[in-house]
Design a protein around this ligand. Structure first.
Ligand SMILES: Nc1ncnc2c1ncn2[C@@H]1O[C@H](COP(=O)(O)OP(=O)(O)OC[C@H]2O[C@@H]([n+]3cccc(C(=O)O)c3)[C@H](O)[C@@H]2O)[C@@H](O)[C@H]1O
Ligand SMILES: Nc1ncnc2c1ncn2[C@@H]1O[C@H](COP(=O)(O)OP(=O)(O)OP(=O)(O)O)[C@@H](O)[C@H]1O
Ligand SMILES: [Mg+2]
Length: 272
């Protein structure tokens, strides 16, 4: 089997999807797992980006359907800005579209900066912007688990195939979640689901950004990756991409394997 086909199979990507069915199946999955786990619903950070808008909307629908069936569940959206977010208007658009049962705002700036100061005092060097970015992502994880713990909810992750293939997420940051309803979708498929659900165009057409850097706010993911989501999606749906892009994707896939597994133990063989 080619490396490309192996990756497509491992990440559960379907080259062609039935959009309506995908929406139904993913809501059904959220509901079934929620009931099975005995949780009281879902918690997710809403950034104003495409992925959390979709995962949040599906979670809200799952909670509403569960309630209609007599099971007590709700969806809690959390705004987690670092200071003032440049695209706050998109975050508000996303909240208006999702219409969550509850919204909390936890500004992570104080906690992140307090940590950065302590780090610098202790190590004698400032926390570099790149690593501080991962601290922001992990602080958001801490905030989501604090709320989920209190409300007996599950933390939703917004990871999908186009992020999974490159490991383009912070390990135990935005990668730290209990349930991943977008797994297996390409970026374009996620966008198509959002469009079908009636999301504002500004959200399903939004340029993806991790927005983790103080020095480059709103930097497009594609700039950092040196790869376009169109190329990633083409690869994931079995199409030919440039030799350069293929090598980049397959290299990133290999070196990020540790992010798609539980921490390695003496009994694991996947790393050999
Ligand atoms: N082979 C290996 N086996 C086991 N563990 C290994 C390992 N190699 C590194 N590690 C561990 O993993 C750590 C590196 O991983 P990590 O801490 O995640 O750090 P890293 O992958 O360097 O950074 C995260 C990347 O994801 C991007 N990101 C983050 C969050 C959101 C989004 C977005 O799209 O919105 C994107 C971010 O811009 C950056 O490029 C190392 O410090 C080490 O602890
Ligand atoms: N400022 C923020 N406020 C709330 N949650 C956030 C924030 N930034 C990141 N997150 C959380 O981290 C997740 C990962 O970020 P990521 O940028 O991959 O997704 P996104 O912003 O939803 O979509 P896109 O990838 O298209 O930008 C988000 O889905 C969201 O749950
Ligand atoms: Mg984003």
């Amino acid at each position: 089997m080619s490396k490309q086909n192996e990756i497509i199979e491992t990440l559960n990507v379907k080259p062609v999807i039935d959009i309506t069915l995908e929406i139904q199946n993913r809501i059904h999955f959220l509901k079934a797992y929620c009931k099975k786990s005995g949780a009281k619903g879902f918690v997710l950070g809403i950034s104003g980006g495409q992925d959390s808008t979709l995962a949040g909307y599906l979670s809200q629908k799952a909670a509403e359907e569960l309630r209609a069936e007599g099971y007590d569940a709700s969806f809690i959206a959390i705004r987690l800005p670092y200071g003032t977010q440049q695209d706050e208007d998109d975050a508000q658009r996303a909240l208006a579209f999702i219409n969550p049962d509850k919204v909390f705002t936890i500004n992570v700036q104080k906690a992140v900066n307090a940590f950065a100061e302590t780090y610098e005092e202790s190590l004698g060097n400032p926390l570099q912007d790149y690593h501080k970015g991962n601290v922001k992502a992990r602080m958001r994880m801490v905030a989501q688990y604090a709320v989920a713990g209190k409300l007996q909810c599950l933390v939703v992750g917004s990871d999908h195939a186009a992020e999974a293939v490159t490991g383009f997420y912070t390990k135990f940051g935005d990668g730290g979640a209990d349930i991943m309803p977008l797994s297996g979708l390409t970026k374009e498929q996620g966008s198509a689901l959002l469009k079908k659900l009636g999301a504002p165009k500004a959200l399903y057409m939004k340029v993806p950004t991790a927005d983790l850097l103080d020095n480059k706010p709103q930097q497009a993911d594609e700039m950092e990756l040196g790869l376009g989501y169109q190329e990633l999606d083409a690869y994931l749906t079995g199409n030919a991409v440039s030799t350069e892009a293929q090598a980049n994707i397959e290299h990133r896939y290999e070196v990020s394997k540790h992010k798609r597994e539980l921490p390695v133990t003496p009994f694991d063989t996947w790393w050999k």
